[in-house]
Design a protein around this ligand. Structure first.
Ligand code: GLA
Length: 723
């Protein structure tokens, strides 16, 4: 719901309120974001104080209490006396660096806005507020877009900049979101890590100065995620005020939080300003990526429920919505590059006999791709490995009752490839420099002719057989970036144009193959962000398939992203990334915290493990809706010194729940522990694994006794049904 009254703009979702106000000087002040409050002008909270060294704009005259340096801004701009984090940094034709934004007009539009060429939440029933600010001297107009997803408790934001003047201006920075808090006592949680260890939560109080999580690697990165939480110091899973902010973007980003001299906090989120400079010619418009905000006063569980629901229902465009997800078998960890058609069919046969439903042929099927030294860029089937091409292979897989899927890495090229030999100038590489990673170079996806070439090759392959699924991978960060198609003064556009090019390719693929599911991947979870999820409804969570490490990676990922988006597979032991051995049972329980599949040669397992796999695939098929659509609760934090990692999914009607528990390394004389469940109906009675009758209140308040572990890394699943 949107209320606009005399320069006061109030946005209500079901449980939250967001407000801004144009003050008498036309400065758009941020007055409030938080739990829902009755309609009122919340600017009464803003204090005007004479602060030494804080500049005063001309029109305030002698009123020294009016300074942009201290007032809460809705969209901060550099250069006019607000020295905190800027949202907008403009370089004007005369070389000066300032933007003076004043309220001009507003409009309310039915339906949630869309952004051409960029990912965005949907909301046909929702509303959009556009507040137009103007820098009259620079003749730049800034449209602030707000999508109010009322039911989902999400406020989305995006910014459009228009050059209404006669000369080009340069955008040095344009954040998607700026959020000022009139308090200084908040914690910041970021989700950080590295390859094979992504998205570990890292939490701390904001201290004076700036703390940021960002990426300048070209993609959103393994190292930091474009999602952060700000919260009360004592906020936890079930209590406390918390705010989540995500950027729907898959390239360089910056999430920065600053605690100012007067103990206010500003959060900005958007494209990273490093190596960004966009020339906006007269008449042109620049659109930032979308950011989305969510708030809960009942802690992180509710925050996650709201985010998960919004992502599932309003962001994902899942071609398989309403259908159950096939259980996947991927050959990568089993074969690496060393396979032929017979080996693949052999894997598929044993997989099919164990209840698996989708066979994915990973890297190595094209060009001269027999190792990671060659072949990227040559998207034609390697007929030495696969005689007769996909035409011959796919029907053999389908004859087993399985769907077929394919791995691709369209953004990359090896120097040892036909493509590179023909077009060495198609790579994103500064003249005289060469930075390889995994022995590969990035193609210049900012260029349409490069994209067209790759796309038509891929389209031919994808049309040559019935392909149900594609794993879109990318396996390096960008470095020494330069585009032959851009003039020197436009090189600051290249990273963003690359991302726009990527989105264009993904959109084409979605359009031409509407029934094909695309899974995102970037050396595992190096591009796990809401931007990619708009095109690829699931993303390979990590190259680390060790069940115990996965529990932590999936735990961190779950704060923002729902279980149905996390690619998770059972792989062979000892694990290829850690050398750890964990039982088949526990590997299965961990992988059910995701899309679920296997990445191994199922013909190599013991007869006992076969039995376990048969039970797992049957169990997953039976409970998939609960696992993927249920409300998700983190019952313990695997980063704490907890002996167990436990989580729970509860059906929307609370009549069904699944509790999963994995124990840590065994210790002698283990204590007897009762696990307190969450989200049940206190009034209902539940059976646990088909036995007994326990009140929901008892299971939640008094808990459920966990079996005593015997050995390391045991696992249990408790399936609850209401009587
Ligand atoms: C990346 C992916 C893996 C696999 C390999 C293939 O590392 O994350 O899952 O597809 O590439 O080269």
């Amino acid at each position: 719901m949107i209320h606009c009254e005399k320069g006061l703009f109030t946005l209500h979702t079901k449980h939250t309120t967001y407000q801004m106000k144009a003050d008498p000087h036309g400065v758009l002040l941020h007055t409030y974001y938080g739990p829902r409050v009755e309609n009122c002008d919340l600017s009464y909270r803003i204090r005007y104080v004479d602060r030494g060294f804080s500049p005063v704009p001309e029109e305030a005259g002698e009123d020294r209490t009016f300074s942009l340096d201290v007032l809460p801004q809705e969209y901060s701009a550099a250069g006019m006396g607000d020295f905190r984090l800027p949202s907008l940094d403009l370089e004007l034709p005369d070389g000066s660096r300032s933007a003076d934004l004043r309220f001009k007009s507003f409009r309310v539009e039915p339906g949630k806005y869309a952004l051409e060429g960029l990912p965005a939440f949907r909301g046909e029933e929702d509303e959009t507020l556009v507040v137009v600010l103007e820098d009259a001297a620079a003749k730049v107009e800034v449209e602030l877009y707000y999508g109010v997803l009322e039911d989902c408790d999400i406020i989305t934001r995006a910014v459009r900049l228009h050059n209404r003047g006669g000369q080009a201006v340069k955008i040095r920075q344009a954040a998607s979101l700026c959020l000022d808090f009139q308090r200084g006592d908040l914690d910041l949680i970021t989700f950080d890590g590295r390859h094979v260890q992504e998205r570990s939560p890292s939490r701390g109080p904001l201290l004076p100065g700036v703390r940021s999580a960002d990426s300048v690697r070209g993609g959103s990165s393994h190292q930091h995620n474009p999602f952060v939480i700000l919260c009360d110091h004592d906020a936890g899973e079930d209590h406390g005020l918390c705010y989540g902010a995500m950027l729907l973007y898959s390239g360089n980003f910056q999430a920065a939080a600053e605690r100012s001299q007067f103990e206010s906090i500003r959060l900005t989120l958007g494209i990273h300003p490093w190596h960004f400079c966009w020339t906006l010619a007269p008449g042109e418009c620049f659109t930032t990526p979308e950011a989305a905000l969510c708030c809960s006063k009942q802690g992180f569980s509710v925050l996650s429920h709201r985010l998960h629901r919004a992502i599932r229902e309003r962001l994902l465009r899942d071609p398989w919505t309403g259908q159950s997800r096939p259980i996947l078998i991927n050959n990568w960890e089993a074969t690496m590059f060393d396979f032929d058609a017979e080996r693949l069919v052999n894997i598929a046969e044993s997989a099919a006999s164990l209840g698996m439903e989708l066979f994915v042929m990973d890297d190595g099927w094209f060009g001269r791709r027999n190792s990671d030294l060659a072949g990227l860029g040559d998207w034609t089937v390697n007929e030495e490995k696969l005689p007769g091409g996909l035409d011959a292979l796919v029907p053999r897989i389908q004859a087993l009752g399985m769907k077929f899927g394919l791995w691709i890495e369209p953004e990359m090229v090896n120097e040892d490839s036909e493509l590179y030999r023909a077009h060495p100038d198609w790579v994103l590489q500064a003249p005289g420099r060469m930075v390889r990673s995994r022995q590969q170079l990035a193609l210049d996806f900012s260029r349409k002719e490069v994209r067209d070439h790759i796309y038509s090759a891929l389209k031919a392959v994808l049309s040559s057989a019935e392909i149900s699924y594609v794993k879109w991978d990318v396996n390096r960060s960008l470095a020494a970036v330069w585009s032959a198609a851009l003039s020197p003064d436009r090189q600051g556009e290249v990273y963003h144009r690359y991302v726009l090019g990527l989105y264009d390719m993904l959109e084409r693929m979605r359009r031409d193959f509407p029934h094909m599911l695309i899974e995102g991947c970037c050396g595992g979870g190096g591009r796990f962000d809401a931007g990619m999820l708009y095109y690829t409804p699931q993303i390979w969570c990590s190259d680390n398939t060790d069940a115990m490490d996965r529990l932590r990676i999936q735990y961190g990922t779950s704060f923002c992203y729902p279980v149905c988006t996390m690619g998770a597979h059972v792989s062979a032991v000892p694990n290829a990334q850690t050398g750890r051995s964990v039982s088949m049972e526990t590997r299965g329980v961990a992988a059910m915290h995701g899309t679920f599949g296997y990445e191994m040669d199922p013909a190599q397992v013991t007869p006992e493990e076969r039995e376990v796999i048969l039970r797992q695939t049957a169990f997953f098929k039976e409970h998939q809706a609960l696992l993927h659509q249920g409300d998700y609760y983190r019952l313990s934090d695997p980063f704490q010194n907890n002996p167990d990692t436990a989580w729970e999914q509860v059906s929307p009607d609370r009549r069904e729940a699944l509790v999963s528990v994995v124990s840590g390394p065994i210790q002698g004389g283990p204590p007897c522990r009762n696990l307190r469940l969450k989200g049940l109906d206190p009034e209902l009675r539940y059976q646990v694994n088909g036995q007994g009758s326990y009140p929901g209140s008892a299971l939640m308040e008094a808990g459920w006794p966990l079996p005593l572990p015997w050995g390391d890394y045991q696992s249990w699943q408790f399936y609850l049904t209401a009587l």
